[in-house]
Design a protein around this ligand. Structure first.
Ligand SMILES: NC(=O)c1ccc[n+]([C@@H]2O[C@H](COP(=O)([O-])OP(=O)(O)OC[C@H]3O[C@@H](n4cnc5c(N)ncnc54)[C@H](OP(=O)(O)O)[C@@H]3O)[C@@H](O)[C@H]2O)c1
Length: 271
């Protein structure tokens, strides 16, 4: 599906490079059909010697059928001005710019382009990303399928209406930060009980990874899986009661609500 496309990655930093890696590994994309840009191109040349690399954004989009915008939102204004008028009318634009709406992009590019907005997360670096995609006004199911294929190269993909993108930012976009805190805290908890730190760290991280994998692969509700490991009068239920008494659930609900509100606030500032 992607093999027939020429893909411009504008701003090949963390997210852009993870996508290039996924496209090269998971699809039949000829490296010469990927054109990546950034100002300091040396790290890109080292990592991807066979793709096209440069700093001229307008030239990169000119012969692309898919344009991925992956600069930081604060660099978006400059980049959008540079590529305005150079994106072919039939090309699809995929934007990972946090907080920037497809309507804003339509206006900035002054073209009736098919635009798909995406919110990935950094585990895509190890092909385990959780990405949400939303289509703009001119995006058809075909464009959404193409965008899905791109992000499925580096993880799982969900389609949502664009008005849920701030909530997605609060849940899965920012979510890795919460999980890293959980790994760190669980490691300290093990250390407090006398487990050497490197061992506690590996046990904590693998427990989170394994439990998440079991949730996804068994298809069972997490409450059922929790019930399966809580023996009456046993250790797990004693700890679960402790977590409940500190309001773990409410804490997470409020954390995601706060991140969602902050995402909304930041998108207002970008306008
Ligand atoms: N990281 C996350 O967890 C995450 C999650 C979801 C969405 N996002 C979104 O993904 C986007 C990229 O994030 P990131 O973490 O990948 O940032 P990043 O690593 O800083 O990558 C951005 C890249 O853009 C390049 N750049 C800056 N100005 C440029 C210009 N004028 N022309 C061409 N390239 C330019 C920078 O390289 P040079 O300085 O060499 O030009 C840099 O490599 C952001 O919009 C962010 O909102 C990030």
């Amino acid at each position: 599906m992607l093999a027939d496309h020429s893909i411009a990655i504008i701003g090949a930093g963390n997210i852009g490079r993870a996508l290039i890696g996924g496209l090269l590994r998971g699809h039949d994309v000829d490296p010469s059909r990927i054109h990546a840009t950034r100002r300091n191109v040396d790290p890109l040349r080292e990592q991807f010697p066979d793709i096209r690399i440069g700093s001229d954004n307008a030239a990169a989009v000119a012969d692309a059928t898919i344009v991925v915008l992956a600069v930081k939102p604060q660099n978006a204004g400059t980049v959008l001005a540079e590529i305005r008028g150079h994106v072919p009318d039939t090309a699809m634009v995929v934007s990972v710019l946090a907080g920037i709406t497809t309507e804003f992009l339509h206006k900035a590019l002054a073209q009736d382009l098919a635009i798909v907005r995406a919110m990935p997360n950094t585990p895509m670096i190890v092909d385990q990303g959780a990405s949400a995609i939303a289509g703009g006004r001119f995006a058809t199911p075909h464009h959404l399928d193409l965008a899905r294929t791109i992000f499925e190269a580096v993880g799982k993909v969900e389609e949502v209406p664009e008005n849920l993108m701030d909530a997605v930012t609060g849940l899965s976009g920012s979510g890795p930060a919460y999980v890293y805190m959980f790994v760190e805290a669980l490691t300290d908890a093990g250390v407090k009980q006398g487990i050497p730190r490197p061992v506690a760290f590996r046990l904590a991280a693998q427990t989170i990874y394994g439990a998440a994998k079991l949730v996804l692969e068994s298809g069972k509700h997490p409450a059922i899986l929790r019930d399966e490991v809580t023996t009456p009068g046993g250790t797990a239920i004693a700890a679960v009661a402790e977590l409940e008494s500190h309001g773990l659930r409410t804490m997470l609900i409020n954390a995601v609500a706060t991140a969602t509100a902050r995402s909304k606030e930041l998108s207002e500032l970008e306008k």
